[in-house]
Design a protein around this ligand. Sequence first.
Ligand SMILES: *[C@@H]1O[C@H](CO)[C@@H](O)[C@H](O)[C@H]1NC(C)=O
Ligand SMILES: *[C@@H]1O[C@H](CO)[C@@H](O)[C@H](O)[C@H]1NC(C)=O
Length: 240
Amino acid sequence: MSSARFVLLSLCSALLLQAALSADPLFHFCSTPENFTASSPYESNLNKLTSFLYAKTPLLGFGLGSIGQYQDQVYGLSLCRGDASPSDCKACVADAGAEIRRRCPRNKGAIIWYDECMFKYLNTDFFSQIDNANKFYMWNLNNVSHPEAFNSKVRGLLTGLVEEAYTVPKLFATGKVGLEGKMNLYGLVQCTRDLSSTECKECLEGAIGELPSCCDGKEGGRVVGGSCNFRYEIYPFVNV
Ligand SMILES: *[C@@H]1O[C@H](CO)[C@@H](O)[C@H](O)[C@H]1NC(C)=O
Ligand SMILES: *[C@@H]1O[C@H](CO)[C@@H](O)[C@H](O)[C@H]1NC(C)=O
């Protein structure tokens, strides 16, 4: 009896700890007007695909798969931030796969983003195509004092990172450049690995082209899409 209670208590504290550690999503879209019905083959395929991606993604930081046939076929991918550890990646994909179903319970397609991963599924084959439909911006509210010089530093850093990212299998690059004083500017760019290297470059160049709309003169910013994203900050959010 006392040992059973002990087990129960440690299980509770483990769950609390996990709840405390799990991050909030950045954003999501329920992307199709089409719904599936409960206990349909589509739902069963989506469940299988979610388990498959959960199992597959942590090892390489990327998972891609499709399950089912005809109108019941579901396509999905998950991507962890290129520097995420396998355990952080796994925890993030688990959160993402569960949370997206709470937010879009019947949608045949949906996408959700976290700091450490993204998770997407759809009832049509979206692989190897740049996703121009799902995109959002984030920015730091603080303005820099010399926006023109700063903007050009940001663009320079990110453009350099694109040149690196699209040539490596992970389609991921991070880096920093010095700012005035002892400050540094830190950057990250990444593509989903269903894209070819040239598609990755095209996707990231498109995102960087949106700098003026998203993050003009802002201390930090992100353009985050279904196929690629960048982030820059004046604090070290990545180890470089
Ligand atoms: C899907 O479900 C949502 C929420 O119940 C509903 O508003 C929407 O009209 C449905 N879409 C279709 C195409 O039936
Ligand atoms: C930054 O600049 C914008 C536009 O000029 C202004 O609306 C905003 O209040 C500024 N933010 C801060 C934190 O001062």
